[in-house]
Design a protein around this ligand. Structure first.
Ligand SMILES: N[C@@H](CCC[C@H](N)C(=O)O)C(=O)O
Length: 258
Protein backbone atom coordinates (compact mmCIF):
# COMPACT_ATOMS: atom_id res chain seq x y z
CA UNK A 1 0.00 0.00 0.00
CA UNK A 2 1.26 3.52 -0.93
CA UNK A 3 0.73 6.17 1.72
CA UNK A 4 1.25 9.92 1.35
CA UNK A 5 2.85 11.36 4.47
CA UNK A 6 3.92 14.75 5.82
CA UNK A 7 6.81 15.23 8.19
CA UNK A 8 6.53 17.94 10.90
CA UNK A 9 8.68 18.92 13.86
CA UNK A 10 8.06 20.92 17.02
CA UNK A 11 11.31 22.00 18.70
CA UNK A 12 13.02 18.97 17.17
CA UNK A 13 10.44 16.40 18.35
CA UNK A 14 9.62 14.97 14.91
CA UNK A 15 6.53 13.24 13.58
CA UNK A 16 5.12 11.52 10.53
CA UNK A 17 1.56 12.74 9.91
CA UNK A 18 -0.95 10.84 7.78
CA UNK A 19 -4.13 12.52 6.62
CA UNK A 20 -6.84 9.97 7.41
CA UNK A 21 -9.88 12.23 7.12
CA UNK A 22 -11.75 9.42 5.36
CA UNK A 23 -10.89 7.13 8.30
CA UNK A 24 -9.72 4.26 6.02
CA UNK A 25 -6.10 3.80 7.11
CA UNK A 26 -5.27 1.40 9.91
CA UNK A 27 -1.65 0.68 10.74
CA UNK A 28 -0.17 -2.25 12.66
CA UNK A 29 2.51 -1.86 15.34
CA UNK A 30 5.09 -3.31 12.92
CA UNK A 31 4.13 -0.84 10.17
CA UNK A 32 4.31 2.22 12.47
CA UNK A 33 7.64 1.06 13.90
CA UNK A 34 9.09 0.64 10.39
CA UNK A 35 7.81 4.04 9.21
CA UNK A 36 9.41 5.71 12.27
CA UNK A 37 12.71 3.82 11.87
CA UNK A 38 15.51 6.27 10.96
CA UNK A 39 17.25 3.70 8.69
CA UNK A 40 14.48 1.52 7.25
CA UNK A 41 11.71 4.13 7.19
CA UNK A 42 11.09 7.88 7.19
CA UNK A 43 12.40 8.40 10.70
CA UNK A 44 10.46 10.05 13.53
CA UNK A 45 9.85 10.08 17.28
CA UNK A 46 6.18 9.30 16.62
CA UNK A 47 3.40 8.99 14.05
CA UNK A 48 -0.04 10.59 14.03
CA UNK A 49 -3.22 9.94 12.12
CA UNK A 50 -5.52 12.90 11.59
CA UNK A 51 -9.00 11.33 11.61
CA UNK A 52 -12.43 12.92 11.15
CA UNK A 53 -14.63 13.13 14.22
CA UNK A 54 -18.17 14.47 14.49
CA UNK A 55 -18.30 17.63 16.64
CA UNK A 56 -14.55 18.31 16.39
CA UNK A 57 -12.17 19.76 13.82
CA UNK A 58 -10.36 16.40 13.87
CA UNK A 59 -9.27 13.49 16.02
CA UNK A 60 -5.61 12.89 16.93
CA UNK A 61 -4.35 9.30 17.10
CA UNK A 62 -0.78 9.09 18.38
CA UNK A 63 1.78 6.27 18.16
CA UNK A 64 5.27 6.26 19.66
CA UNK A 65 8.26 5.26 17.48
CA UNK A 66 8.06 1.74 18.97
CA UNK A 67 4.81 1.35 17.01
CA UNK A 68 2.46 1.37 19.99
CA UNK A 69 -0.48 3.74 20.39
CA UNK A 70 0.25 5.86 23.46
CA UNK A 71 -0.94 8.65 25.70
CA UNK A 72 -0.96 12.37 24.81
CA UNK A 73 1.88 14.00 22.89
CA UNK A 74 2.08 17.77 23.39
CA UNK A 75 4.51 18.57 20.60
CA UNK A 76 2.64 16.12 18.37
CA UNK A 77 -0.65 17.89 19.09
CA UNK A 78 0.90 21.25 18.17
CA UNK A 79 2.30 19.79 14.93
CA UNK A 80 -1.05 18.23 14.04
CA UNK A 81 -2.78 21.61 14.48
CA UNK A 82 -0.21 23.22 12.15
CA UNK A 83 -0.76 20.37 9.65
CA UNK A 84 -4.54 20.99 9.79
CA UNK A 85 -3.94 24.75 9.31
CA UNK A 86 -1.75 24.08 6.24
CA UNK A 87 -3.97 21.39 4.72
CA UNK A 88 -7.53 22.56 4.33
CA UNK A 89 -8.71 22.91 7.93
CA UNK A 90 -7.54 26.52 7.96
CA UNK A 91 -8.75 28.22 11.17
CA UNK A 92 -7.33 30.40 13.91
CA UNK A 93 -8.87 28.37 16.73
CA UNK A 94 -9.30 24.61 16.92
CA UNK A 95 -11.12 22.04 18.98
CA UNK A 96 -9.88 18.49 18.59
CA UNK A 97 -10.14 15.25 20.49
CA UNK A 98 -7.19 13.10 21.59
CA UNK A 99 -6.69 10.10 23.85
CA UNK A 100 -6.79 12.28 27.02
CA UNK A 101 -9.87 14.31 26.01
CA UNK A 102 -10.73 17.60 24.28
CA UNK A 103 -8.05 20.13 23.35
CA UNK A 104 -8.40 23.75 22.27
CA UNK A 105 -5.59 25.21 20.17
CA UNK A 106 -4.74 28.30 18.16
CA UNK A 107 -2.24 29.34 15.50
CA UNK A 108 -0.66 32.71 16.32
CA UNK A 109 0.60 35.40 13.91
CA UNK A 110 4.23 34.39 14.54
CA UNK A 111 3.42 30.79 13.56
CA UNK A 112 3.53 29.47 17.13
CA UNK A 113 0.86 26.96 18.09
CA UNK A 114 -0.80 27.28 21.51
CA UNK A 115 -2.25 24.00 22.78
CA UNK A 116 -4.47 23.72 25.85
CA UNK A 117 -3.45 20.77 27.98
CA UNK A 118 -5.58 18.80 30.43
CA UNK A 119 -5.89 20.14 33.99
CA UNK A 120 -3.48 18.75 36.56
CA UNK A 121 -4.78 17.66 39.95
CA UNK A 122 -1.97 16.23 41.99
CA UNK A 123 1.82 16.12 42.04
CA UNK A 124 3.38 13.13 43.79
CA UNK A 125 6.63 13.89 45.64
CA UNK A 126 9.60 11.50 45.68
CA UNK A 127 12.06 13.44 47.88
CA UNK A 128 13.31 16.21 45.51
CA UNK A 129 11.69 14.53 42.50
CA UNK A 130 8.07 14.80 41.33
CA UNK A 131 5.67 12.63 39.34
CA UNK A 132 2.63 14.00 37.53
CA UNK A 133 0.39 13.38 34.55
CA UNK A 134 -0.01 16.09 31.92
CA UNK A 135 -1.68 13.76 29.42
CA UNK A 136 1.31 11.42 29.65
CA UNK A 137 3.10 10.31 32.83
CA UNK A 138 6.24 12.26 33.75
CA UNK A 139 9.03 11.94 36.30
CA UNK A 140 10.79 15.26 37.04
CA UNK A 141 14.30 15.26 38.48
CA UNK A 142 16.26 18.45 39.26
CA UNK A 143 19.95 18.22 38.31
CA UNK A 144 22.96 20.50 37.96
CA UNK A 145 25.12 20.87 34.83
CA UNK A 146 22.37 19.39 32.63
CA UNK A 147 24.42 20.10 29.50
CA UNK A 148 26.88 17.36 30.44
CA UNK A 149 24.38 15.04 32.16
CA UNK A 150 23.96 11.43 30.93
CA UNK A 151 20.21 11.64 30.20
CA UNK A 152 19.98 8.24 28.48
CA UNK A 153 21.65 6.27 31.29
CA UNK A 154 19.86 8.00 34.18
CA UNK A 155 16.57 8.09 32.25
CA UNK A 156 16.74 4.33 31.63
CA UNK A 157 17.57 3.65 35.30
CA UNK A 158 14.31 5.36 36.38
CA UNK A 159 12.12 4.22 33.47
CA UNK A 160 13.13 0.55 33.99
CA UNK A 161 13.10 0.69 37.82
CA UNK A 162 10.80 -1.76 39.64
CA UNK A 163 8.14 0.93 40.08
CA UNK A 164 7.89 2.00 36.44
CA UNK A 165 9.18 -0.86 34.29
CA UNK A 166 5.71 -2.31 33.56
CA UNK A 167 3.84 0.81 32.34
CA UNK A 168 6.87 3.01 31.67
CA UNK A 169 7.32 6.70 32.40
CA UNK A 170 8.96 9.65 30.65
CA UNK A 171 11.90 11.05 32.61
CA UNK A 172 12.71 14.78 32.54
CA UNK A 173 15.90 16.28 33.93
CA UNK A 174 15.58 19.95 34.81
CA UNK A 175 18.02 22.74 35.59
CA UNK A 176 16.62 26.06 36.81
CA UNK A 177 18.13 29.20 35.30
CA UNK A 178 16.61 32.28 36.98
CA UNK A 179 13.01 32.40 35.76
CA UNK A 180 13.47 29.89 32.95
CA UNK A 181 14.24 26.17 32.99
CA UNK A 182 16.36 23.89 30.79
CA UNK A 183 14.76 20.47 30.26
CA UNK A 184 16.08 17.26 28.67
CA UNK A 185 13.80 14.23 28.37
CA UNK A 186 14.19 10.47 28.08
CA UNK A 187 10.98 9.39 26.31
CA UNK A 188 9.07 6.19 26.91
CA UNK A 189 8.20 4.49 23.61
CA UNK A 190 11.15 6.10 21.84
CA UNK A 191 13.40 4.66 24.58
CA UNK A 192 15.94 7.37 23.99
CA UNK A 193 16.43 11.07 24.59
CA UNK A 194 14.38 13.26 22.24
CA UNK A 195 15.23 16.90 21.47
CA UNK A 196 12.07 18.09 23.25
CA UNK A 197 8.90 16.68 24.83
CA UNK A 198 5.76 18.85 25.11
CA UNK A 199 3.95 17.05 27.92
CA UNK A 200 7.36 16.77 29.62
CA UNK A 201 8.19 20.49 29.58
CA UNK A 202 4.61 21.18 30.71
CA UNK A 203 5.12 18.89 33.72
CA UNK A 204 8.51 20.48 34.47
CA UNK A 205 7.07 24.02 34.24
CA UNK A 206 4.28 23.21 36.71
CA UNK A 207 6.74 21.73 39.20
CA UNK A 208 8.87 24.87 38.87
CA UNK A 209 5.88 27.22 38.96
CA UNK A 210 6.93 30.00 41.25
CA UNK A 211 3.87 32.19 40.79
CA UNK A 212 3.51 33.63 44.29
CA UNK A 213 3.29 37.10 42.73
CA UNK A 214 0.75 36.15 40.12
CA UNK A 215 3.53 34.80 37.86
CA UNK A 216 1.96 32.27 35.51
CA UNK A 217 4.35 31.67 32.62
CA UNK A 218 7.53 29.60 32.50
CA UNK A 219 10.00 29.87 29.61
CA UNK A 220 11.64 26.58 28.70
CA UNK A 221 14.83 25.79 26.81
CA UNK A 222 15.21 22.35 25.20
CA UNK A 223 17.92 20.96 22.92
CA UNK A 224 15.52 21.56 19.99
CA UNK A 225 14.45 25.13 20.80
CA UNK A 226 12.36 27.26 23.11
CA UNK A 227 8.83 26.72 24.44
CA UNK A 228 6.64 28.40 27.04
CA UNK A 229 3.96 27.10 29.39
CA UNK A 230 1.20 29.33 30.77
CA UNK A 231 -1.20 28.25 33.52
CA UNK A 232 -3.39 29.18 36.46
CA UNK A 233 -2.04 27.78 39.70
CA UNK A 234 -4.91 27.07 42.10
CA UNK A 235 -2.71 25.56 44.82
CA UNK A 236 0.62 23.70 45.04
CA UNK A 237 -0.58 20.75 42.99
CA UNK A 238 -3.66 21.96 41.11
CA UNK A 239 -3.30 23.73 37.79
CA UNK A 240 -5.90 24.78 35.20
CA UNK A 241 -5.86 26.67 31.88
CA UNK A 242 -2.51 25.13 31.01
CA UNK A 243 -1.23 26.17 27.57
CA UNK A 244 1.84 24.72 25.85
CA UNK A 245 3.18 27.31 23.39
CA UNK A 246 5.84 26.99 20.73
CA UNK A 247 6.81 26.58 17.09
CA UNK A 248 5.61 23.68 14.89
CA UNK A 249 6.86 23.39 11.32
CA UNK A 250 6.42 21.44 8.11
CA UNK A 251 9.63 19.65 7.04
CA UNK A 252 8.83 17.63 3.89
CA UNK A 253 6.24 15.34 2.36
CA UNK A 254 6.45 12.15 0.33
CA UNK A 255 5.11 8.70 -0.38
CA UNK A 256 6.03 5.45 1.31
CA UNK A 257 5.26 1.84 0.44
CA UNK A 258 4.17 -0.15 3.51
N1 LIG B 1 6.82 13.66 22.73
C1 LIG B 1 5.61 13.73 23.40
C2 LIG B 1 5.25 12.63 24.38
C3 LIG B 1 4.85 11.40 23.62
C4 LIG B 1 4.29 10.31 24.49
C5 LIG B 1 5.33 9.67 25.35
N2 LIG B 1 6.46 9.17 24.63
C6 LIG B 1 4.66 8.57 26.15
O1 LIG B 1 4.50 7.44 25.66
O2 LIG B 1 4.26 8.85 27.28
C7 LIG B 1 5.24 15.11 23.85
O3 LIG B 1 5.65 16.07 23.17
O4 LIG B 1 4.46 15.26 24.79
Amino acid sequence: MHIIFHKYQGTGNDFVIIDNRNNTIQLSTIQVKKICDRRFGIGADGLMLLNSKEGFDFEMIYFNADGRESSMCGNGGRCLVKFAYNNGIHKRKYLFIAVDGKHEASVEDNGWVYLKMKDVHGIEKHYADSVLDTGSPHYIKPVTDLTHFDVVKSGKDIRYSEEYKKNGINVNFVEQKDKSIFVRTYERGVEDETLSCGTGVTAAALVYAHNDNGFNRVEIKTLGGNLAVEFDKLNDDTFENIWLCGPADFVFKGEIEI
